[in-house]
Ligand binder design. Sequence first.
Ligand SMILES: [Zn+2]
Length: 194
Amino acid sequence: MLIVDNDILLVERQLRQGRLSCPSCGAALAPWGHGRPREIRGDLGARLFLRPRRTRCPGCMVTHMLLAEASWPWRADAAEVIGAGLEIAALGMGHRQVAARLGLAEGTVRGWLRAFAGRADDIRRYFTVALVALADDPVMPDATPSTLADAVSAVAAAHRAASARWPQMLTVSRWEFAGRAIGGRVLTSPSIAI
Ligand SMILES: [Zn+2]
């Protein structure tokens, strides 16, 4: 699986020009049909329809799905919606309050928070390293009593540093940036796929 730009025409061009590399061996991926269409819940009840592109690596002979950065694997909600939930939770709110704010089911939000808790330490570490690499004069976010909030702050700080360095990054939301940077693994995989 590869997380790619939301712009399908751009991705198609990158694919045709051999500019998308296999995550395992680095060979140029070749077009290989499409996956099943997915419907993603966006902000304020918007519905996004995605038809993931399937590709094949001529080196490993393995197929890899291309997933638009608006979404994360196995999740029915857009990256931005889940990210907003994580940011609300970072303010100290529990899953019920987050769910009420977003107008979503409590079970869905509880699933995100649990899955993020399993990744929070790795995410904090990854984006702290990214911040140091990207910023000329990195300012470390203050530590908070919560691992979740520390991870959320690290993502925000790294995104700010990336946007200062590459202004085109400003058009990519922080959570799309995060998913793109770590191959969509912002949340752990659930045992049951949605
Ligand atoms: Zn390969």
